[in-house]
Design a binder for this molecule. Structure first.
Ligand code: NAD
Ligand code: DAU
Length: 342
């Protein structure tokens, strides 16, 4: 199977590529990523000479790039490429609309033209909005996004639905809860808190810190995506979550305890506008229909993740000082030139 993975240099995409090359021995992967600030080829450095892995620098909002990415007989597409940080979307949502909506639309159009029908859209539980004290999101919960990021993802989900209904394309949407694990960019809660704690810097907790998220290890998410890719039903939405709901403050306190740092590092700061209070996912459909279940407990996964950031000081320092951007952009300038000439 030839699989086009868009956004494969980001956090979940790179974990997915590592996982799939191990789990599915007949898969060939083309990683298609334009390398925004969130794309880091160091996440995949061990694969540079892997016989079933290729990288192509390309943008999902550019027709020529997408056509090029799909010119070599692709069997399926899994779309991770997106702008993903809620706080950035609050400051300026322009690129979120372009990448998350227009980019997804362009991918669907090129797939339709080239008759690549199997398409997985990696979406998020944030499209459902916020929950009260009880209950969980099911696939039937109404879409009620509250941030520009979430709205852009919800819009893309609706395009996927329309392409299934109108053109009969074999497309599916997955909606997962908050991921954690190796290679996550330190703008997101967990890596930011781990790295700040390691450097004895303040840990900025928004509002009262009692917002709740449903945490899943990225490897369990990758296993679920593998199941959906191989056996998912066309037109279906699948929730992905592992029933490990925690308050933000609890997560931060656990990180401090694992690193043996003082809770005095916690600093309560101004809340995020439109901040969703609670997410919780009902993943019964995925468990029943595709026999998936999470394998990594939060206590084990969190300890592993904290250790990963401690043991990967070079990765961390390149990400923290921005040198990863310069290095990889230079490395791929020549290759881009070659591709333009094709
Ligand atoms: P990320 O921000 O770490 O990575 C995004 C990747 O997409 C980067 O490599 C970036 O270079 C690439 N990209 C951005 N714009 C692009 C474009 N125009 N063309 C090509 N590539 C582009 O994101 P992530 O946290 O790994 O999330 C991946 C996907 O999973 C996203 O679609 C996100 O909405 C979804 N998701 C994330 C989470 C989470 O907790 N992180 C949970 C559920 C769903
Ligand atoms: O639920 C899935 C979503 O999870 C994904 O779709 C998004 O791409 C991903 O970024 C994530 O969104 P969140 O907004 O939940 O993640 P974030 O790490 O930004 O924040 C997690 C919680 O921690 C949230 O309640 C806000 C809070 N927070 C975050 C940061 C960065 C803080 O209190 N302080 C911080 O500095």
């Amino acid at each position: 199977m030839k699989l086009l993975v868009t956004g494969g240099a980001g956090f979940i995409g790179s974990n997915f590529i590592h996982y799939m090359l191990e789990a599915q021995k007949d898969v060939q992967i083309l990683n298609f990523d334009c390398l925004t600030y969130a794309g880091n080829l160091a996440n995949l450095s061990q694969l540079s000479s892997h016989p079933r892995y290729t990288f192509m620098r390309g943008d999902i909002t550019t027709g020529r790039d997408v056509e090029r990415g799909m010119s070599q007989g692709i069997d399926a597409v899994i779309n991770f490429a997106a702008e993903t940080h809620v706080d950035r979307s609050i400051l300026d949502s322009t690129v979120f609309v372009r990448t998350n909506i227009e980019g997804t639309h362009l991918l669907l159009e090129v797939c339709r033209k080239k008759k690549v029908t199997r398409f997985i859209q990696v979406s998020t539980d944030e499209v459902y909005g916020s929950l009260g004290e009880t209950g969980k999101f099911t696939e039937e919960s109404p879409l009620a996004p509250n941030s520009p990021y979430a709205a852009s993802k919800a819009a893309a989900d609706l395009l996927i639905r329309a392409y299934h209904k109108t053109y009969g394309m074999d497309v599916m949407v997955t909606r997962c809860s908050n991921n954690y694990g190796p290679y996550q960019f330190p703008e997101k809660l967990l890596p930011l808190m781990i790295l700040n704690a390691l450097e004895n810097k303040p840990l900025p907790v928004y509002g009262d810190g009692l917002h709740r998220r449903d945490w899943i290890h990225v490897k369990d998410h990758c296993r679920a995506l593998h199941r959906v890719l191989m056996e998912g039903r066309p037109g279906r939405v699948y929730n992905i979550g592992s029933d490990q709901e925690r308050q933000n403050l609890e997560m931060v306190e656990q990180i401090l305890a694992l690193l043996e740092k003082s809770p005095e590092l916690i600093q309560f700061v101004k809340d995020r506008p439109g901040h969703d209070r609670r997410y919780a996912i009902d993943a019964t459909r995925l468990r029943r229909e595709l026999s998936w279940k999470p394998q990594i407990s939060l206590s084990e996964g969190l300890a592993q993740t904290v250790r990963w950031y401690q043991e990967n000081a070079l990765w961390v320092s390149h990400v923290r000082n921005g040198t990863y951007l310069e290095h990889y952009k230079k490395t791929y300038e020549n290759r881009d030139q070659t591709l333009k000439d094709l």
